[in-house]
Design a protein around this ligand. Structure first.
Ligand SMILES: NC(=O)C1=CN([C@@H]2O[C@H](COP(=O)(O)OP(=O)(O)OC[C@H]3O[C@@H](n4cnc5c(N)ncnc54)[C@H](O)[C@@H]3O)[C@@H](O)[C@H]2O)C=CC1
Ligand SMILES: O=C(O)C(=O)CO
Length: 338
């Protein structure tokens, strides 16, 4: 991606802070003066900062937007995130400044649930480890039980967060793999109304019960002040000995040092992680090399189809919101603060 600006003083300005497909960029350029500058790239930082003072709209993802940036952007009306998670945005500051936040719920739900289920399979059946066993030439005779995995079908799945992705994950587990599902969420879901196909197959339980009864626990809830560090020394200790932990949410919901201790003490048999406290995962993180960790580079929604759908939805959101119309992906905080 190159830093680009198409100057024309009278047009309203939009700042694109992460790569956008050409088609979406063209839609923006047809109506707005567009600067493309990703502040995570040193070569783009100056252009990003120079664009803030005139920007009315911003679109992108994976960049923490700070109050200091908002201070530099007095004309900003809309931020359109190419993500469903909104933990990169200072929600209270946006609210108090009257800046609209949009996101991309729904279009990535099924793909992210696929990724989380893939991590469940990979961690339980040791798929990555055993594929490397073949690739590295260690398959010289039939494997013995030291390399056996664990069944997935029929095991109890605990889901932390039972919204769009949690319910899509439950469908895969309950309907495809005959797994009883326990879930922990801020409130009980009316399954008969929202997911009738899961009636009788999922149960809402307090966190402690989900942790102590599930064979596999998968986190798919947002990162908020209430969920930061949710999985820590005490909560890992409540999990079944030999259980598997999967994180498809955000890295910071987990105390990574406590996770490593839980793996090394034998509390956890394995962990499957798509997200990390620091991304990309630092080279010296012990999670990179741990034999019982399957680590992915935050690919929950990373398919061609889904990333295109997210970019298209985020672009529509931005154009609508800047036109003063109601965008499909308006981020609205629920009745309870996050
Ligand atoms: N790994 C990846 O690439 C991806 C990760 N995600 C993460 O997944 C999250 C969930 O996405 P959706 O299912 O679309 O969201 P959603 O809003 O539909 O569902 C969130 C669920 O979490 C629950 N929840 C929220 N705060 C809670 C708390 N303090 N305690 C217990 N439960 C709580 C809610 O009650 C709800 O059941 C996103 O916020 C994002 O962080 C989303 C997409 C891709
Ligand atoms: O949408 C999100 O929140 C992601 O993590 C990436 O798709």
């Amino acid at each position: 991606m190159s830093v680009s600006a198409f100057a024309s003083p009278q047009r309203r300005r939009v700042l694109v802070f992460r790569e956008l497909p050409a088609q979406q960029l063209a839609l923006l350029q047809a109506q707005y003066e567009v600067t493309v500058a990703n502040p995570r790239l040193p070569a783009h930082q100056a252009a990003f900062e120079a664009a803030l003072p005139l920007a009315e709209g911003m679109i992108g993802s994976s960049v923490p937007i700070t109050e200091a940036m908002l201070d530099q952007a007095p004309h900003l009306k809309v931020i359109s995130s190419i993500s469903v998670g909104v933990d990169n945005y200072p929600l209270a500051a946006l609210r108090s400044r009257g800046i609209t936040l949009c996101h991309t719920p729904g279009v990535l739900t099924e793909t992210t649930a696929d990724t989380v289920f893939a991590l469940i399979m990979a961690s339980s059946r040791r798929l990555v480890e055993l594929a490397l066993h073949v690739r590295e030439g260690h398959w010289q005779r039939n494997i013995d039980e030291s390399l056996f995995g664990r069944d997935v079908h029929g095991k109890t799945l605990g889901i932390l967060g039972f919204g769009r992705i949690g319910q899509a994950l439950a469908r895969r587990a309950a309907l495809g793999f005959n797994m009883p599902v326990l879930y922990h969420a801020r409130r009980e879901v009316d399954v008969a109304q929202q997911a009738p196909e899961l009636l009788g197959r999922v149960q809402h339980r307090p966190l402690d019960e989900v942790l102590s009864q599930a064979d596999i626990v998968a986190a798919v809830l947002p990162l908020t002040p209430a969920t930061r560090g949710l999985m820590n020394e005490a909560t890992f200790a409540r999990m079944k000995p030999g259980a598997i932990f999967i994180n498809g949410a955000r890295g910071a919901i987990v105390d990574e040092a406590a996770l490593l201790r839980a793996l090394d003490s034998g509390t956890l048999a394995a962990a499957g992680l798509d997200v990390f406290a620091t991304e990309p995962l630092p080279m010296d993180s012990p999670l990179r090399q741990h034999p019982r960790v399957t680590a992915l580079p935050h690919i929950g929604s990373a398919t061609h189809e889904t990333r295109e759908a997210m970019a298209a939805m985020a672009t529509r959101n931005l154009l609508k919101a800047l036109a003063g119309e109601a965008p499909e992906g308006l981020y609205a905080e629920g009745p309870e603060p996050l």
